[in-house]
Design a protein around this ligand. Structure first.
Ligand code: F6P
Length: 341
């Protein structure tokens, strides 16, 4: 059998480790692997290269993706899906592994009626894919967020400041919530719960009354201030999947707080730092398991599914079910937001 693999959407640490696992486990089972470059652009334009065991050697700890990534959407191009099918035929691909978030795996699912047999591997620091406990890359990003908060604490305490850390996550608050708990943030703001500036101000005031002379606020880029008209966008233009680039809500909060506080307020936007660098050990293991599971699912003839971590097992879940809606922070975890206020 011959597999194709592509990596799409915003990258995260652990993708290369998944490629390594697919190729090495595939080789043991007599499955050759071809790598398509730059997400769905690869199959659209026949940008392809063989991936051998030698090609993936030394990749376990390297962040990013050696195949490159893009947000190309074949369904936005006339004849796009047909082009993909033709490229797969020309290269003798029996099945395709799509490593990415909801957009990348969503294309794989929509290609099923065209006869494309695909398996998804969920990869996104946003951790917003349903039916898997974690997506690849999330825990690596949490390490970065948590370390950033440790660093902000020491300088905030020295200068008696309010420091705001803006993190990614699109419409989901996982990075903000888990990062905030790991790094001891005093105020945690997530997109799932609209926030009120008065309440944020009151929390910081309360700390001041308790003689705490600094405060750390962590805010998800998609968090929505009640006083604004929806999410704050850095760039209104949308990508091929209809998403505007979010960013700037941290500065929005800083501006509002500065108007009424004595303490200086400063913002740090963690931006792409939280997506780069080496994968955490958890992601290296998850990537290795997801990669091997994708090969096993293909051998069993299970397609149009995603590799999912459920408790301690890797199981196949239908892409249709996994992608029905993005996964918000669960209600049952929201008590964490106020646990240490
Ligand atoms: O989905 C991953 C992610 O990093 C989001 O958290 C963020 O909103 C988006 O990608 C940024 O996209 P881009 O890489 O196109 O700037």
């Amino acid at each position: 059998m011959r597999a194709g693999v592509l990596t799409g959407g915003g990258d995260s640490p652990g993708i290369n480790a998944a490629l390594r696992s697919i190729v090495r486990f595939g080789a043991k089972r007599g499955i050759e692997v071809m790598g398509f470059l730059e997400g769905w652009k690869g199959p659209m334009q026949n940008l392809v290269q063989p991936l051998t065991v030698a090609d993936v050697s030394g990749l376990l700890h390297i962040g990013g993706t050696i195949l490159g990534s893009s947000r190309t959407n074949p369904f936005r191009v006339d004849g796009g899906p047909e082009q993909v099918v033709e490229t797969l035929d020309v290269n003798g691909i029996d099945f395709l592994i799509a490593i990415g978030g909801d957009d990348t795996m969503g294309v794989a699912h929509r290609l099923a009626p065209y006869g494309v047999e695909a398996i998804g591997i969920p990869q996104t620091i946003d951790n917003d894919i349903a039916l898997t406990d974690y997506s690849l890359g999330f825990w690596s990003a949490i390490e970065v967020v948590s370390e950033a908060l440790d660093r902000l604490h020491t300088t905030a305490a020295s200068h008696h400041r309010v420091l705001i850390l803006e993190v990614m996550g699109r419409d989901a608050g996982w990075l903000s919530l888990y990062g905030g708990i790991a790094g001891g943030a005093d105020v945690i703001l997530i997109p799932e719960i609209q926030f009120d500036m008065d309440a944020v101000y009151a929390k910081i005031q309360r700390r001041e009354r308790l003689k705490k002379r600094f405060s750390i606020v962590i805010i998800a880029e998609g968090a929505v201030p009640a006083s604004a008209h929806g999410q704050v966008v850095a760039e209104a233009e949308v990508d091929a999947f209809g998403h505007a680039r979010l960013g700037g809500v941290g500065q929005y909060v800083a501006n509002r707080l500065s108007e009424r506080m004595q303490m200086p307020v400063r913002v740090t936007n963690l931006a792409y730092l939280q997506r780069g660098g080496s994968p955490a050990p958890f992601d290296r293991i998850l990537a290795s398991r997801f990669g091997a599971a994708a090969i096993e699912f293909a051998e069993d003839g299970q397609f149009d599914v995603m590799t999912a971590l459920q408790a301690t097992a890797i199981v196949p879940v239908a892409l249709e079910d996994a992608l029905r809606a993005p996964r918000p922070v669960k209600e049952g975890l929201r008590y964490l937001l106020e646990l240490f206020e």
